[in-house]
Design a protein around this ligand. Sequence first.
Ligand code: M6R
Length: 602
Amino acid sequence: MCGIIACIGSDDAVGELLTGLENLEYRGYDSAGIAVQNGSGIAVRKKAGKISELKDTIARDVSNGTIGIGHTRWSTHGPPTDKNAHPHTSRTERVAVVHNGIIENYEAIRRKLIAEGYEFRSETDTEVIPHLVEYYIDQGMGVEEAFKTTVGELDGSYAVALMVHGTDTVYAARQDSPLVVGVDDGRYYLASDVPAFLDFTDEVVYIENGEFARVRPNELVITDRDGNVVDRDVETVEWSAEETGKGQYAHYMLKEINEQADALANTIAGRIGEDGTVELEAFPPGTFGGIDEVEFVACGTSYHAALYGAQLLRRAGIRTYASLASEYDTSTVSDGTLVVAVTQSGETADTLTALRAAQDAGAETVAVTNVVGSSAAREADHALYIRAGPEIGVAATKTFSSQVVTLALLGHQLAEDLEQGRPREDAAEFFEELRKLPDHIATVLETTRAKEISEEYFDKKSYFFIGRDNEFPVALEGALKFKEITYEHAEGFASGELKHGPLALVTEETAVFALFTGQNGRETRKNAEEAHTRSADIVAVATDGTDVGEFADNVLWVPKTHPDLAGLLANVQLQLVSYYTADLLGREIDKPRNLAKSVTVE
Ligand code: M6R
């Protein structure tokens, strides 16, 4: 999992590469580097650590150029060191390469090159690429042929960009790792993701799996595996550079929590018809008439959204399961199975593997994703976008809310299709409340006491999150968010399970966040009381007007809404508690240790 960037025809390659890398830092941040063509050759600067450290090094000594490549890394092969940082170069330093992905057969290629007298300077899989390209150039091939021949020998996933001294061209290839070209009046950018170059252009061309790009000033040529030129339209993206910046907020996470009302308004926009039916642009009425079972596959926060969504679909009478993508097996797939991959980034390796397995087993597939043109969106039979806008903080926040609402809409469409177009009986009531949800979220954000609660409990030893029905996935999500950014011990449980084991862990140093936003408050109340009797502090997250009795030491209130949606309001409160606790503890909120925004390794 890494980010790559290239600029071609630039007036300030060094400056643009560094800007691009800063915008891509969410993809990995353990080392970074750039290579720039200047008068004397290819100048490479790379360094373990954050991009700011690389910037300090470069400010001192690199002369500028018009073409360059850059990389920000999240280690897979070899630890984060200066040597393992990209770009990697060939032995004469004529060829420089940046790569995102994994070369599975790199050891075999490495052995072959060592036998030819090549020496390796890093422990990475990537380093085989510049050496192999140079090997073929030395055998008499032109640069493009050498690059394509090399890529033809690679097994695995890659988005790779290559530069050779003395040419004004960047060569690139894509297989199972994202790659997009930014177009700006004869100047070009290549990157893993659009925000990398949004400061410069919003015109993009997506590169597909198996394709190559040859890019020089005023010329972009895309070819397929067989060398045929591909004619692809330039698209305009709607995200602005401002949207991908932090604005007035101290952290992306806080900004993204605060964007949830707008994000949800976008998720819903134009998707509820006046007659009470769902209008999902990707799916004309009747699309799912033949479906009799739905299987969700997802990881992390997206899995929690899938668990929540699965409950909503089951309540609509649709047989639905949610599986962790890494645990998914296709044994239950039949003719009527719809497999839905839920993935914010659309690039999560475990989820893509599950999606591909489902396709191999004959299932119809949908990708529910935030990233237009992502691998999941391209590979699934249908793509349904959650429209939450870019999410930069490693901790997923606004995308959880938009995922759940998108799955709810999908559930309504499925129910309609199975009932010959008739909306569900409860559709009108649900949609009325759904339309109010952005306002309710705004109310939570304005009135929350999450900061005070965090100040009161930030020195506890353990944090439990409990709930029933759709509160249960929210409890799991609350605990994941909390451990991810505070580094403190946190667990989510179904309320009823507390007494079956976890209660043994409860002491006066435990804080229990108990959810009272659904229809089973009476049972959860008993479970919370059991913990309270054993000295735990209880923070109830409750719908306005709920009787949370004397056992609750504190309450975070949420407005009254449809019970299917109330868990989303509770989740916003829990996101804020995690955020403020992490802030009090001085954690790196947007880039928690050991984690990356999108995990493209299995
Ligand atoms: O991009 P995806 O939704 O497929 O990512 C799945 C998980 O890696 C992701 O949700 C992860 O758990 C988040 N960092 C949680 O905040």
